[in-house]
Design a protein around this ligand. Structure first.
Ligand code: BGC
Length: 374
């Protein structure tokens, strides 16, 4: 509720038009953008063109974070900035990230980009950054309960959830034309603000089907607290799936589908189901991870979501360049993402659902995934 009061309605046709228009602008900038940084070292309202930009990323819980780090390091340098890109460690994520942000503030970073490990534990650091005169941008994950966050750049994560919920229904219908369908629900780590947003998005599609009886959650575990996967760890999802199978799916009880919030967890869920000797259910995902795209092409995992990290990082760097030049960065949404204190001006990109049907097309220009053949 705190995150998205009015979603669905907000990203209407107008916003999509803006997205499309901006998309082509970004593409145009793609090749020539790197030289742009040299022009405005003397910007009055901005800051020096070779200033330090800090990027604090969470632990590497999925491939997109690994990719983002490299893209930020290279992209910021190409744009003429000094880049300080840090990851939180796997076990001491919150403390690590807090210290890393403090260090960026001390070193005089002019912009600090944060992919939060824990949405609710950064308000002190964000306040310090703000006091030092830095601009703070939340990257991919919103930072909660702070008035000091300036901008949010992300794929529209509520829409990610909606696409996952719809893919689950479509996939099950394609396999078995008539319900009722038996499913299980998984969500991400409770400390990641996105987890609830993805889940709420998916449930906005699934709930009516559950209420009508067309979809049944076999374990009856529908509360996000029950479905959570601490730390986005694959082993946690796998062991929860193991115990669900042992309790709610004994004998030849069928499992038609599983809502999985990302690819890493989808593969763990599939491993569990295979281990139990059950037929492969329809399993959703997110992130276009290499192994999951292979699994989709092999007819195992049903879907993923393409949130092209290259575009998200490029959009963030575009924002940094605007700030450097003393301009107000472009946003395309000022209504959807409320962090509990205020609505954060956001630049939202459009996520794309990918199944075996459209994978070749979706990844045609992706150097790691394409070209694919059905
Ligand atoms: C990201 C997902 C990712 C997950 C785990 C989320 O905040 O939006 O793309 O799968 O974190 O790393």
């Amino acid at each position: 509720m705190r995150n998205l009061l009015t979603k669905g309605v907000v990203l209407g046709a107008a916003a999509l038009l803006v997205l499309t228009a901006c998309g082509s602008e970004r593409d145009d900038e793609g090749d020539s953008g790197s030289g742009g940084g040299g022009s405005t070292g003397e910007a009055e309202a901005g800051f020096a063109a070779d200033s330090l930009v800090g990027v604090a990323l969470p632990a590497k819980t999925s491939e997109n974070w690994v990719l983002a780090g490299d893209l930020f390091t290279n992209g910021l340098k190409e744009a003429g900035f000094q880049a300080d890109v840090q990851y939180a460690g796997a076990s001491t994520t919150v403390a690590d990230q807090q210290q890393q942000i403090n260090a960026m503030v001390t070193k005089g970073a002019k912009v600090i980009v944060i992919g939060a490990t824990d949405a609710k534990q950064l308000s002190t650091q964000v306040a310090q950054a703000k006091q030092s005169g830095a601009t703070v941008i939340a990257y991919d994950r919103l930072i909660a309960n702070t008035p000091d966050l300036d901008y949010y750049v992300a794929f529209d994560n509520f829409k990610v959830g909606e696409l996952q919920g719809q893919a689950l229904l479509d996939g099950m219908k394609a396999k078995k034309p008539n319900g009722p369908y038996t499913i299980e629900l998984f969500s991400g780590s409770p400390d990641d603000n996105n987890s609830k947003v993805f889940f709420d998005g998916a449930m906005s599609i699934l709930q009516p089907a559950i209420e009508s009886g067309d979809v049944v959650v076999g374990s009856k575990q529908t509360d996000i607290k029950q479905t959570a996967t601490q730390g986005w760890e694959a082993e946690n999802a796998q062991s929860r799936m193991d115990s669900l199978l042992n309790s709610a799916y004994t004998g030849d009880k069928e499992l038609d589908g599983v809502l999985s919030p990302n690819d890493n967890l989808a593969r763990a869920i599939l491993t569990s189901v295979e281990g139990a000797g059950k037929p492969v259910p329809v399993v959703t995902g997110q992130d276009s991870e290499v192994e999951s795209v292979k699994s989709i092409m092999a007819g195992k995992q049903y879907s993923t979501i393409n949130k092209d990290t290259r575009k998200l990082v490029a959009q963030t760097i575009t924002m940094v360049k605007s700030l450097q030049a003393g301009d107000e960065p472009e946003v395309n949404d000022t209504e959807s993402y409320d962090n509990g204190v205020k609505v954060i001006p956001s630049y939202l990109l459009d996520p794309v659902i990918v199944t075996k049907e459209n994978a070749a097309e979706a990844y045609a220009d992706d150097p790691t995934l394409g070209p694919l053949t059905k």
